[in-house]
Design a protein around this ligand. Structure first.
Ligand SMILES: NC(=O)c1ccc[n+]([C@@H]2O[C@H](COP(=O)([O-])OP(=O)(O)OC[C@H]3O[C@@H](n4cnc5c(N)ncnc54)[C@H](O)[C@@H]3O)[C@@H](O)[C@H]2O)c1
Ligand SMILES: C[C@@H](O)[C@H](N)C(=O)O
Length: 339
C-alpha cells in the first residue's frame, strides 16, 4: 500500500537548508525531473540564490517540529532532503547550536517521516570517520568501519546515520544517506567546512591573485564535483526500496567517491592553466586537525555495485570546469584566442 502510493504519483519534495552550497543545485535538478511546483526549497535565511525564485520557497527551521510539520502537511510532501546543517569548522566554533541543528533537526525529520510516511534523505560525510580509519584502510575507507570521530560534526553525523537506520529497522522509515566527500561548486559558496579551500583556491586563481591555504600541501581528502554529488543524490533517492532492502538489509548509508587530492595537487592542476599562480601556507590548527582525522580515500564499491553509482569528474576536468564557470580562460581557450 505504502509502496504503491509512492510509485504512482510524482513525488512532492521538500529541501531543508536549501539556501546553502548544495540546496539550490539540487532544487534545479529535481525541478527538471519532477516539475517546478513539486519541489519546495526552504531555509532559515532569506533567499540568496536564483533557484529560490524558480518555484516554491518557504521559511523552515529544522529545530521547529511543528513548523516543519505544517509545511509537510500543507504542501503534501512525500520526500524530504534534509540539507540543513552546520559544517565541520562552524560546528567546532558553535557546538551547541550545531548539536541542535545537526542532531535535533535530523531527529525531527525522522520523527516526521515516521508519522507522515516520508522518504528521507540526510547526507553524511567523510567526516563521519575518525583517525583510525585512514590507518586501517589507507587505500579507501569502506562503508562499514569503526567510526570514532574527533570533530563535533562527525559525531553528529554518526549519530544520525545510526538513528536513521534504526528508524528503518524499527519503524520502517525509508531513510537514505550518502557520505559525501568535500564538494566543489562554482555558483554557490561553501558553508564553513574544512574542504572549502578547494573552492576558494580557484576563485583566487581566476582573479589573478595568489592564494594562502589553511591546510598543509599534502592534506589529501576525498573530493567531488557538485554535479556528480547531486546526480548521485537524485539517483539514489529514486532507487527502489526493494533493491536497497535486498542488497544490504537494514543498511542505508553508502560512501560515494570521485577523486582524492591535496592543496599541492590542485595548485599543480591550476598551474597548467595559470603558470604564474602561487600558493603559500598559513595553517589553521582547527581545520588542519579535522582534516588530519578524516579518510584520505573512500571505498565506494557498494554504491557502484548496488545502485549503479559512477562519477564523471576527475581533477583535470574539475579544474577546467571551475576556471570556465568562474569567468576565466583555460589554457586551451587562451591558446585558441591568441591564434
Ligand atoms: N558541501 C560539502 O562539501 C558537504 C560534504 C559532505 C556533506 N555535506 C552535507 O550536505 C548537506 C548540505 O551541505 P551544504 O554544503 O549545502 O551546507 P551549507 O552550510 O552550505 O548550507 C546549510 C544550510 O542550512 C541552513 N540552516 C542552518 N540552520 C538551520 C535550521 N535550524 N533550519 C534550517 N536550515 C538551517 C543554513 O542557513 C544553510 O543555508 C549538509 O548536511 C552537509 O553536512 C556537505
Ligand atoms: C566534507 C564536508 O562534510 C564539509 N565540506 C566540511 O568540510 O565540513
Amino acid at each position: 500500500m505504502r509502496l504503491s502510493q509512492r510509485i504512482l504519483r510524482t513525488p512532492k519534495v521538500l529541501i531543508t537548508g536549501g539556501g546553502g552550497q548544495l540546496g539550490p543545485g539540487l532544487a534545479r535538478l529535481l525541478r527538471e525531473q519532477y516539475g517546478h511546483e513539486n519541489v519546495v526549497l526552504s531555509d532559515v535565511r532569506k533567499p540568496n540564490n536564483p533557484e529560490a525564485y524558480n518555484g516554491p520557497w518557504k521559511y523552515a527551521d529544522v529545530t521547529d517540529y511543528k513548523g516543519l510539520e505544517q509545511i509537510i502537511v500543507e504542501q503534501d510532501i512525500d520526500w524530504v532532503f534534509n540539507f540543513a546543517a552546520l559544517l565541520s569548522a562552524v560546528s567546532e566554533a558553535m557546538p551547541e547550536l550545531a548539536y541542535n541543528v545537526n542532531v535535533g533537526g535530523c531527529k525531527n525529520i525522522l520523527d516526521l517521516a515516521k508519522v507522515h510516511n516520508l522518504r528521507v534523505f540526510i547526507p553524511s560525510t567523510i567526516g563521519a570517520y575518525g583517525p583510525a580509519s585512514k590507518l586501517t584502510h589507507p587505500d579507501g575507507v569502506p562503508d562499514i568501519d569503526i567510526q570514532r570521530c574527533t570533530s563535533f560534526y562527525g559525531v553528529h553525523k554518526v549519530f544520525v546515520e545510526n538513528l536513521g537506520e534504526n528508524y528503518l529497522r524499527k519503524f520502517g522509515v525509508d531513510f537514505r544517506c550518502l557520505r559525501y566527500p568535500g564538494i566543489i561548486s562554482a555558483d554557490t559558496e561553501p558553508g564553513g567546512g574544512t574542504t572549502d579551500y578547494a573552492v576558494d583556491i580557484y576563485k583566487k586563481a581566476v582573479k589573478g591573485e595568489n592564494y594562502t591555504c589553511y591546510l598543509k600541501p599534502d592534506s589529501t581528502l576525498p573530493m567531488m564535483h557538485v554535479d556528480d554529488c547531486l546526480r548521485a543524490t537524485a539517483e539514489f533517492m529514486k532507487a527502489s526500496e526493494e533493491l536497497l532492502n535486498i542488497a544490504r538489509p537494514g543498511n542505508r548509508c553508502y560512501n560515494i567517491s570521485a577523486m582524492c587530492f591535496n592543496p599541492a595537487l590542485v595548485h599543480d592542476s591550476i598551474k597548467t592553466h595559470f603558470p604564474q599562480f602561487q600558493v603559500d601556507y598559513k595553517i589553521d590548527p582547527v581545520r588542519q586537525a579535522i582534516a588530519d582525522s578524516w579518510p584520505r580515500r573512500f571505498d565506494d564499491r557498494n554504491a557502484r555495485e548496488v545502485w549503479g553509482w559512477d562519477h564523471e569528474y576527475d581533477l583535470g576536468r574539475l579544474t577546467e570546469y571551475m576556471i570556465q564557470n568562474l569567468g576565466g580562460s583555460t589554457a586551451t581557450e587562451s591558446k585558441k584566442a591568441s591564434l
